[in-house]
Design a binder for this molecule. Structure first.
Ligand code: ADP
Ligand code: MG
Length: 313
């Protein structure tokens, strides 16, 4: 991103613990420390003090808490703003924006408690204006696809950018080379064009010929989780009320299976995502909560504050 002037946090990268430590001791908090590799979602520490950042650094590079992902670290400025995810389909030359989404990682309302794989999402973010859409496409998505092509590694597929919308514009915190869960559940219901046609055009490098249409509806998705998740939890509880939801509600099964009598039982931490579509975010939000309360299993919990406007969302 630095080589191609794609907006992101100011950062420095280190392979030596002593050099990273020396650099960190000269920084002002808040600061972010990242293991430069796959760390099962546990590689990033947003530190309020240099002491916390030094602890995170030692944990990554000395204790090797995330194994080889800790061979290199990234130390970067903390960005302030609202977080959102932008998506694009990309073939080797072209990118076509999808509709964006916001997701919610912490397990409890008000972003309290430990991080999860994702407790909810909604699309579009209420602060996503046409001007912001244009900036994200022109300063982030298109330059990234071009940069990958120009550096000899053309990228084809779904480009997912985790963004912080700062006062001076959107900045990239990460890229993923896939859809997100549960963002997909609120994005694809808004897609009017056949997904298979789009994927074929990606494979054949003729995405530029595709006319991809999205509905202007809003979509809110809320995950129902097992008691104890994201810590340890029990499985095998019967799920009732799946047949009680309104016809236009989507219920995506994740941690479920059929029990011995053919009944649906829980089989994971994140059990279901319940998704509602509405003409406004408020309408979709009301529908999702109206319907989710009809589904039940022992110990089930879900966030109640999804798609409300607050200082972080
Ligand atoms: N530079 C940054 N400034 C502020 N918050 C950050 C920064 N980088 C990451 N974060 C926070 O940490 C979270 C996880 O970081 P991310 O880069 O998305 O890693 P992961 O691979 O774990 O998803 C982000 O969703 C964001 O809330
Ligand atoms: Mg992330």
């Amino acid at each position: 991103m630095q080589r191609h002037n794609i907006p992101c946090a100011r950062s420095a990268i280190f392979s030596s613990y002593d050099e990273a430590r020396g650099y960190l001791e000269k920084q002002k908090p808040p600061i972010v420390v990242k293991a430069d590799g796959l760390a099962a979602g546990k590689g990033v520490t947003v530190a309020d003090t240099i002491g916390q950042a030094l602890d995170a650094l030692a944990n990554i590079m000395q204790a090797k808490a995330s194994g080889a992902a800790g061979d290199r670290v990234l130390i970067e400025e903390r960005l302030e703003g609202r977080e959102m995810s932008a998506f694009a389909f990309a073939d080797a030359h072209t990118s076509v924006p999808m509709v964006p989404a916001c997701d919610y990682k912490p397990v409890f309302d008000g972003d309290q408690g430990p991080k999860t794989g994702g407790m909810a999402s909604y699309s579009p973010p209420h602060f996503f204006s046409p001007a912001l859409a244009k900036t994200v496409t022109e300063t982030i998505m298109e330059p990234t696809v071009k940069a990958l092509h120009d550096e000899g590694r053309p990228y084809k597929g779904v480009l997912y950018s985790g963004l912080m919308i700062a006062d001076d514009g959107p900045k990239v915190m990460e890229f993923n080379a896939r859809f997100g869960d549960p963002e997909t559940q609120v994005i694809l219901p808004r897609l009017k064009t056949d997904l298979v046609d789009i994927l074929l055009s990606v494979a054949n490098n003729d995405l530029h010929q595709m006319d991809i249409e999205w509905s202007s509806d809003a979509c809110v998705g809320v995950v129902m989780a097992s008691a104890g998740y994201p810590g340890s939890y029990k499985k095998g509880f019967p799920i009732t009320g799946l047949d009680k939801v309104d016809e236009d509600i989507l219920v995506f099964h994740a941690g479920t299976k059929l029990g011995s009598d053919g009944e649906v039982v829980t089989s994971g931490g994140r059990v279901l995502t319940v998704v509602a579509i509405g003409t406004t975010i408020a309408e979709a939000r009301e529908k999702v909560y109206n319907n989710i309360s009809r589904i039940h299993f022992e110990g089930c919990h879900y966030r109640q504050d999804i798609a409300l406007v607050d200082e972080n969302h």
